[in-house]
Design a protein around this ligand. Structure first.
Ligand code: GLV
Ligand code: MN
Ligand code: MN
Length: 422
């Protein structure tokens, strides 16, 4: 239990690294993230790992083994705004605790712990920026993207000591990796409802993110008659209702049996960010920018929903005499976890006396990106009430202890499978 206590204490320490007083917000390349990365670097070194940073600023800690191929364990250290303290850091800190436990033990492969610098995509709108680098999926055009304050991604990377012009060098080769495994809070209620500490992930939903605009005409709120107004926010509001209805109709389709086989995660669609300009109580909004996030375990169903949602925007804008714009910011396919690694993870849980049900993940994870170059597996840890992306996120110390135990057994099982004489 004591290393679980250490993990939880470290989650508390990282929670103090924040851009905002009184709440946890740690976006990519901010001083708060740099501070967190420095702490994690120190803990990695204490666990006997050699640390390095890639050109984006992801942190890796490695111990050598019997071959140059590495089993990578990890997660991310950035957060959403007003976050909980376990989404991301728990997986990094459990991985460090495992490395500590396995210290001194011969392994037939290297062990590498990853602390990815951006999974949430809060600052630049694209999730998985961090793991996209080793996975070879980083699009250099992203470097020109600007955050809300006008800082380009390239400048943000430089600002915290990274090397944007060398991003491509951060790519790993498939031969360098044995696999990637991530521990993460479930972020949903299933384990808590069933009274189980752990679950094994079967697959991760695909995501589309887009930036949608409505452009009408600003005007005087007191003198412009209702008839003939081109109110961009009223159009956006109508569209948001249509987005919700579309997702609900997708859910109904799933309930009627049309969901992909094995999928337990149907269609969800969210508009989470909206700005109206010029932004005054007495001015009709002339321009609106809204974010859109659509997810499904079945890529075809997600793409159908995205097309329908885009049609709704065009129809609503046309009916109101507005223009609409659509910029796709991210499109990531659903990812199945690797059957062999997942079996080993489930067997490691069974060895530790736990039945870990298979769960699909509606949340995005770095494992989804890492799957582009290696086999991936994920272990979910129960979180109270399934609450996540919220300061009330919480985990139990005994569950964290179990996650460390199961992950350590998982590494030992893989070591045994690589070296049957052990
Ligand atoms: C990350 O937590 C995501 O699923 O958006
Ligand atoms: Mn998250
Ligand atoms: Mn996460």
């Amino acid at each position: 239990m004591s290393d679980a206590r250490t993990v939880l204490e470290r989650c508390d320490v990282l929670a103090r690294c924040s851009e905002e007083h009184g709440r946890i917000t740690r976006r990519f390349a901010t001083p708060a993230l740099a501070e967190a990365r420095e702490l994690v670097d120190g803990w990695m070194r204490e666990a006997g790992l050699h640390t390095r940073r890639d050109p984006l600023g992801n942190l890796f800690g490695r111990r050598p083994g019997g071959s140059d191929r590495a089993l990578m364990l990890g997660s991310h250290i950035d957060t959403v705004r007003d976050a909980g303290r376990y989404d991301g850091p728990l997986g990094v800190l459990v991985a460090i605790a495992c490395a500590e436990r396995l210290r001194g033990m011969d392994l037939p492969f290297a062990l590498e712990v990853a602390a990815f610098a951006d999974e949430e995509g809060v600052r630049y709108g694209t999730g998985y920026l961090g793991s996209a680098v080793p996975a070879g999926r980083f699009d250099e055009a992203w470097l020109e993207r600007a955050d809300a304050g006008g800082t380009t991604l390239a400048d943000a990377i430089r600002g915290w000591g990274g090397r944007p012009e060398e991003i491509a060098d951060g790519r790993l080769r498939a031969e360098e990796l044995l696999g990637y495994s991530e521990v993460h809070i479930e972020q949903g209620p299933v384990l808590d409802e069933r009274g189980l500490p752990l679950g094994v992930v079967s697959g991760i939903a695909g995501q589309t993110r887009a930036r949608v605009t409505f452009t009408g005409r600003a005007g005087h709120a007191g003198t412009t008659p209702m008839e003939g107004r081109r109110d961009a926010l009223a159009a956006a509001a109508e569209w948001i209702g249509a987005v919700e209805a579309e997702a609900r109709s997708g859910e109904a389709e799933a309930a009627a049996g049309a969901r992909a086989p094995g999928a337990s995660h149907g269609l969800v669609a969210t508009v989470g960010e909206i700005t109206a300009e010029p932004g005054a109580a007495n001015v009709i909004p002339g321009h609106v920018t809204a974010s859109l996030d659509v997810r499904h375990l079945d890529d075809a169903a997600r793409e159908r929903a995205v097309a329908a949602i885009r049609d709704h925007a065009a129809r609503i804008a046309a009916a109101r005499g507005l223009d609409t714009g659509w910029e796709e910011v991210q499109s990531t396919a659903a990812v199945p976890c690797a059957a062999d690694l997942t079996e080993q993870l489930a067997a490691a849980a069974a060895d530790a006396g736990h039945k870990a049900p298979r769960l699909a993940s509606g949340a995005g994870h770095d494992a989804a990106m890492m799957a582009a170059i290696t086999r991936v597996a994920m272990l979910f840890v129960r979180c109270a009430g399934g609450v996540s992306h919220h300061p009330d996120e919480s985990v139990r110390a005994d569950d964290v202890a179990t996650a460390i135990d199961v992950t350590t057994r998982f590494v030992e099982r893989l070591a045994g499978a690589q070296n049957p004489s052990r």
